[in-house]
Design a binder for this molecule. Structure first.
Ligand SMILES: Nc1nc2c(ncn2[C@@H]2O[C@H](COP(=O)(O)OP(=O)(O)OP(=O)(O)O)[C@@H](O)[C@H]2O)c(=O)[nH]1
Ligand SMILES: [Mg+2]
Length: 451
């Protein structure tokens, strides 16, 4: 979701590494590039300005120029700054001491409010709560029905209302009574959207707020709308006092800048992100992780968390084994090798990693620029089936692949051997973290060290 930004920043840092030494001059050049990358990714210019200023101050203050690994230090400073812009801690949902806790879902038309209400209900239930949903969108025909359908999908109750309850306030009041009577601890209120912020809607929301006294007013922002999302979040906050933001459609090709701007412009934290249309496509917003993602360190932590949530530990180990063993195909291997090229020379990556057992194996995977190109050509010359099932690749297929890639059978063999080594390494890594649950620490250690 942050592909654009992360690619750009990676290029900047790669150039920094290429310089070998960091000087005051190329540091300025790097800052300029970082500024461009952020602006192009649709980050608000005020946020960019502040961020660059902070990075400059810290980089000078910490005497990066004389440090051993200046490029890495600059990356670390940028990362820390990103985290501080995004909010240094995960912003959790709040709950009232006097349930049901009212949680309003507000935002412009089509931003994803109703979908998000369903996702949030499901998330709440999985985290020990018992939500009741209600739609107070009495304007759009079938809006309330849409929520009922979603309720059935996630198997959670929706207050449907009686024929007499026609006004938003009536529906909200009755739903609260229903939640209290049926022992539901959270009342999720899906509200109507408008194309633009208008007086009527704001008045209605303010009335509902006065009536229910919600603990959370969550502004749902469509990440695809970039700076518009930031502006309307700000406007809603000024008019209504929002308590948090849910950024939807982060699975699309949004440039990610909105995430970096919303908090610093509104002062309110992003609490969740929507990453798809399905009811499980909602993730808590973790600033540290997002900062890492922006800097291009992948999604490994999210993946682990997802696996852990879905299945018990034994099964998780099994899944991870399958994931990394059977599904770590030659194609993944190729992408991985390409990734290494992005990160810089393999030797320097290795020197940044903590001393873990599988390093020995990794060291045997000698990769230099020319070889990367060769490896990619060889894997590209395989059929998709061969890439998915390396066991298929017999002698005659090896000869064909060698011809196709302009290499020799020996070189094809070498690539297959390296691939086998990489799989073994992945297995060791999995055994370490999934099995003993030490992994999170270990793995985040590795990621930490890598930047
Ligand atoms: N890809 C993607 N689509 C999403 C996400 N969240 C919502 N959508 C889609 O966005 C569209 C609008 O979603 P709704 O939930 O109906 O939006 P709304 O804000 O309730 O719309 P109104 O009630 O008309 O104001 C639907 O097609 C959803 O499937 C998301 O995180 N990712
Ligand atoms: Mg809706």
């Amino acid at each position: 979701m942050f592909d654009n930004l992360s690619e750009k920043l990676q290029r900047v840092f790669k150039n920094l590494r290429g310089e070998g030494r960091l000087t005051a001059a190329n540091m300025e050049a790097a800052l300029k590039e970082i500024r461009m990358a952020l602006l192009e990714a649709d980050v608000h210019f005020r946020v960019v300005k502040q961020l660059i200023e902070n990075v400059r101050q810290k980089a000078l203050g910490e005497e990066v120029l004389t440090a051993l690994a200046p490029a890495q230090q600059v990356v670390k400073i940028v990362r820390d700054e990103l985290v501080s812009v995004l909010g240094s801690q995960q912003a959790k949902l709040r709950f009232s001491n006097d349930p049901p806790s009212g949680v309003f879902i507000v935002g412009l038309q089509g931003s994803g409010k109703t979908t998000t209400a369903g996702k949030l209900a499901r998330w709440l239930q999985r985290n020990g709560h018992s939500p009741l949903m209600v739609s107070v969108d009495v304007y759009r025909p079938a809006a309330r029905q849409q929520l009922s359908v979603i309720g059935r999908e996630v198997k959670l109750p929706v207050y449907e209302g009686t024929a007499e309850e026609k006004l938003p306030a009536e529906l909200a009041r009755a739903a609260r009574r229903e939640a209290a009577n049926s022992g539901r601890d959270v009342l999720l209120v899906d509200t109507a959207g408008r194309l633009h912020i208008d007086e009527e809607l704001m008045l209605e929301l303010a009335q509902l707020k006065a009536l229910l006294n919600p603990v959370e007013i969550l502004f749902v922002a469509d990440a695809m709308t970039g700076q518009d999302a930031v502006r309307s979040a700000d406007e809603f906050h000024k008019r209504l006092g929002i308590t948090g933001v849910i950024l939807t459609k982060m699975d699309g090709d949004a440039r990610g800048g909105a995430a970096l701007s919303i908090r610093s412009v509104t002062g309110q934290p992003i609490k969740f992100v929507g990453v798809g249309e399905k009811s499980d496509a909602l993730e808590p917003f973790l600033p540290e992780r997002v900062a890492s993602r922006i800097l291009g360190m992948g999604d490994v932590l999210s993946l682990i968390e997802k696996v852990e949530e879905e299945i018990d530990e034994k099964q998780a180990t099994e899944t991870a084994r399958r994931l990394l063993e059977d599904e770590f195909t030659l194609e993944d291997f190729r992408d991985h090798i390409r990734q290494l090229r992005k990160l810089g020379p393999l030797e320097s990556i290795l020197s940044m990693m903590p001393q873990v057992g599988f390093l020995k194996d990794l060291k045997n995977v000698q990769v230099d620029e020319k070889q990367i190109t060769r490896v990619v050509a060889i894997i590209d010359s395989m059929t998709p089936r061969e890439r998915a099932h390396h066991g298929l690749i017999n002698g005659s297929r090896r000869r064909r692949i060698a011809r196709g890639s302009g290499t020799t059978v020996q070189e094809v063999n070498l690539v297959l051997r390296q691939y086998a080594q990489m799989r073994k390494m992945m297995r060791n890594l999995t055994g370490g973290f999934m099995g003993k649950r030490l992994g999170k620490l270990k793995l985040s250690g590795i990621l930490e060290q890598r930047i």
